[in-house]
Design a protein around this ligand. Structure first.
Ligand code: PMV
Length: 329
């Protein structure tokens, strides 16, 4: 019998500026394309994991609840396989933002969990190996291990060892404000894995979407490294709209937007028409994430808050990657 092994980690959400939507391998959760994201300094998950040989079963609490924990249990099985242990674990995880509503709670959640498991079990995984591990929980989680601007490689190896995120540029390369217009806190109806499968199987635009990504990645990488906000914003908005065109063309269609989503998109276009540099991106949910210069953030946040149906506006900036902390719960 060994003593319980415990660690805590914190990770924040990330927002993809070039999205992935489609998988090359479902079981290993391998993306069909690369993606580029920015890790935030807000929208945080704090997770404590304790592997304890006295536990008869995993004891998982997410936001104080024991429901919806199946994906965490499956992830713990992967970690046990990697570590060569049978030990069950107690996991407590808290988000400081609404979960399951297109705010990528799975990204921060699995990044924090991967790092906490690695530390608790003394696995000593590299950042790349941690990113590979987090990817098994959620594709976008692979990117939250890395701070600032990150690029996720699709990789080509069948086992996925080359599908991980790497640092592209530090936060100061392109200072940004990221405003999240929350249009509902209700959970989304179609999760991203199911949505991707449906799109792959039925959208006549899907091949074109996948094909268009490489050009977006090349242009986005260059724009971030050049610190060109206007180009980054323009590319991010176009990429998100093309992803949604692919989703909308699925059968049955995937319409993640509500009336306030569309209203917030219009607010952003009106801001641009009157000379304020602001651009939106939207994931598999109804929230509108807006990029602008930090000096424009107050005005853009006020315009979003005044938009019909917008419930609240969250503020973030580029931030650090996942990190270990003292026990948090
Ligand atoms: O890996 P998941 O299940 O979090 O899916 C992410 C899908 C998008 O958020 C729409 C795109 C992306 O690259 O983050």
């Amino acid at each position: 019998m060994s003593a319980p092994r415990q660690a805590s980690a914190v990770a924040t959400s990330n927002i993809a500026l070039v999205k992935y939507w489609g998988k090359r391998d479902l079981a290993l959760n391998l993306p069909a394309t690369g993606s580029i994201s920015v890790t935030l300094n807000a929208l945080e998950t704090r997770t404590t994991v304790c592997f304890d040989e006295d536990l008869a079963a995993d004891a998982i609490r997410l936001g104080g609840k024991t429901t919806g924990t199946e994906r965490i249990a499956a992830f713990l099985d992967l970690v046990r396989e990697l570590a060569g242990t049978d030990s069950r674990a107690a996991v407590t995880s808290e988000n400081d933002f609404p979960t399951g509503a297109g705010l990528a709670s799975s990204a921060s959640g699995f990044a924090a969990l991967a790092l906490a498991c690695d530390a608790a079990l003394g696995l000593g995984l590299s950042t790349a190996a941690l990113s590979v591990l987090a990817r098994r929980g959620s594709g976008s989680a692979a990117r939250s291990l890395v701070g600032g601007y990150a690029e996720m490689a699709a990789g080509s190896a069948p086992d996925g060892h080359d599908a991980y995120a790497s640092p592209l540029a530090p936060p100061e390369c392109l200072p940004l404000a990221l405003l999240v217009a929350v249009t509902t806190a209700a959970p989304k109806t179609v999760g991203s894995t199911e949505g991707m499968q449906r799109t792959e199987a039925t959208s006549p635009y899907h091949a074109a979407w996948v094909r268009s990504t490489q050009g977006d990645l090349d242009r986005m990488r260059a724009a971030i490294l050049a610190g060109d906000l206007e180009q980054v914003g323009t590319l991010a908005e176009g990429n998100a709209l093309r992803m949604h065109a692919d989703m909308l063309a699925a059968s049955p269609p995937l319409l993640y937007w509500n009336a306030a989503t569309v209203a917030a998109m219009r607010t952003v276009h009106d801001l641009r028409a009157t000379g304020t540099g602001a651009w939106f991106t939207i994931d598999a949910g109804p929230q509108v994430k807006v990029l602008c210069a930090p000096s424009d953030a107050d005005g853009v946040a006020a315009a979003l808050a005044a938009t019909a149906g917008v419930e609240q506006v969250l503020r973030a900036a580029p931030g650090p990657g996942a990190r270990l902390v003292e026990r948090v719960s």
